[in-house]
Ligand binder design. Structure first.
Ligand code: KG4
Ligand code: ZN
Length: 384
């Protein structure tokens, strides 16, 4: 059995996990910094680095304790190399490098986005399923909105980047091709900005998701048009939608009073769904529903277009926004109609975690893709 310690510190979660053979999660610990960044309405890089520094040692210790293991039981250390915030990444990398050197174990650098893809496989394995390849994978979070074609790499050489369209995944390595990406904001970023402008706290996704569900049956105060992007039809764009929400709110004076009331509630620490719901007018709920309808239909339609064009066998959806309940149900409906399987991680594996990093590291461990002490953070590391 190969036991890998995964370390993740690319954004605002300090995480460590132990995963056996890239499949079995023996432990997964996530220390979230949301409370620190909340008052700024977004992640403050300098504060994130400091907090990672404070959390990394206890979080790794807890991951080992939960797995019932000692450092000496590990076979390798997998660490996120990028993409992400450079100062945040450096904390995990420096810690991982030092630990690997002290233990005399290999250090495996991992692309954070490959981690998100592996989160889907980890969840599927837990349920005794394996997504069939080729697949299309939508990674949609606060920092990313990107579409990949995912294939099994050729079996004869684990280093090969040549895809083998017909290969089943088995335990073989994956091969990625980027086919679309956002040209401006990530979808999660749009959720966070709209929540900020409506005084609904941070992060915006989880609460807007629940408030949108409370708007059932209320007519929308505005209709947002389909999002258009020139050029690649698989590219996304969410900044225009965010601006459309802003203009609508500015042009309709009736929103101002309730925004002020909610701002005061947030300042008193009242940020739970149950506390904010009574402070939202039916019009605000319907506005949120319309915003979410537009985001969800755009994400699903472009992903399904890619699925059609590439004749894939499965659809994979990962990243923080993959936790969205409407996104899940609309994807499931569309995929069923097309006879495709759609896979999501659990909510815990959708958002940033280190189990997905350890799982991605296993594949690279088997390919002996090790790093030496010169490993550096790469804030814009590409997956393909
Ligand atoms: O993957 P993640 O933890 O971190 C990044 O890499 O960004 O994703 C966090 C993002 C935030 O923007 C948050 O608002 C969004 O995911 N999010 C959601 C939901 N839960 C989290 N967006 C929509 N619906 C949700 N239920
Ligand atoms: Zn992420």
């Amino acid at each position: 059995m190969t036991r890998i310690l995964g370390i993740e510190s690319s954004c605002d979660e300090t995480a460590a996990a132990v995963v056996a053979d890239g499949r079995d999660i023996l432990s997964s610990v996530v220390a979230s910094q949301i409370d620190i960044h909340r008052k700024y309405g977004g992640v403050v890089p300098e504060l994130a680095s400091r907090e990672h520094l404070r959390q990394i040692v206890p979080v790794v210790r807890e991951a080992l304790a939960q797995a019932g293991m000692q450092f000496s039981d590990l076979d390798a250390i997998g660490v996120t190399q990028g993409p992400g915030l450079v100062g945040a990444l450096l904390v995990g990398i420096t810690y991982g490098k030092t630990l690997a050197a002290a233990l005399g174990k290999p250090l495996v650098p991992v692309n954070h986005l490959a981690g998100h893809v592996h989160a889907v496989f980890l969840e599927a394995y837990k349920a005794g399923r394996t997504p069939q390849l080729p697949a299309v994978c939508l990674i949609v979070s606060g920092g990313h909105t990107v579409l990949y074609e995912v294939k099994a790499a050729a079996r004869d050489s684990s280093q090969s980047r040549e895809p083998n369209a017909s290969a089943e995944r088995g335990d073989g390595p994956l091969c990625y091709r980027k086919i679309g990406q956002t040209r401006d904001d990530a979808a999660g970023e749009a959720y966070d900005k709209v929540a900020k402008l409506l005084a609904l706290g941070y992060p915006g996704g989880p609460i807007l998701d629940r408030l949108a569900a409370a708007a059932n049956g209320i007519p929308a105060p505005v209709k947002f048009s389909h999002i258009k992007t020139r050029g690649n039809p698989l590219d996304f764009s969410f900044s225009g939608l965010k601006t459309a929400v802003l203009y609508h709110v500015r042009e309709h004076a009736e929103y101002a009073a309730e925004i002020r009331t909610r701002q005061e509630a947030l300042e008193r620490g009242e940020r739970k769904f149950e506390q904010l719901l009574p402070l939202c007018s039916p019009q605000t709920l319907a506005l949120i529903r319309e915003f979410q309808n537009t985001v969800v239909s755009d994400l699903v339609e472009r992903t399904m277009l890619a699925a059609d064009e590439l004749s894939v066998r499965s659809v994979l959806v990962s990243g923080g926004v993959a936790a969205n309940s409407q996104l899940r149900s609309v994807f499931e409906d569309h995929a069923k109609r097309k006879g495709l399987d759609v896979f999501f991680p659990s909510r815990a594996l959708s958002t940033d975690n280190a189990a997905m990093i350890a799982a991605a590291a296993y594949e690279r461990f088997r390919a002996r893709a090790f790093a030496d002490s010169s490993l550096n953070a790469d804030p814009s590391l590409a997956l393909a």
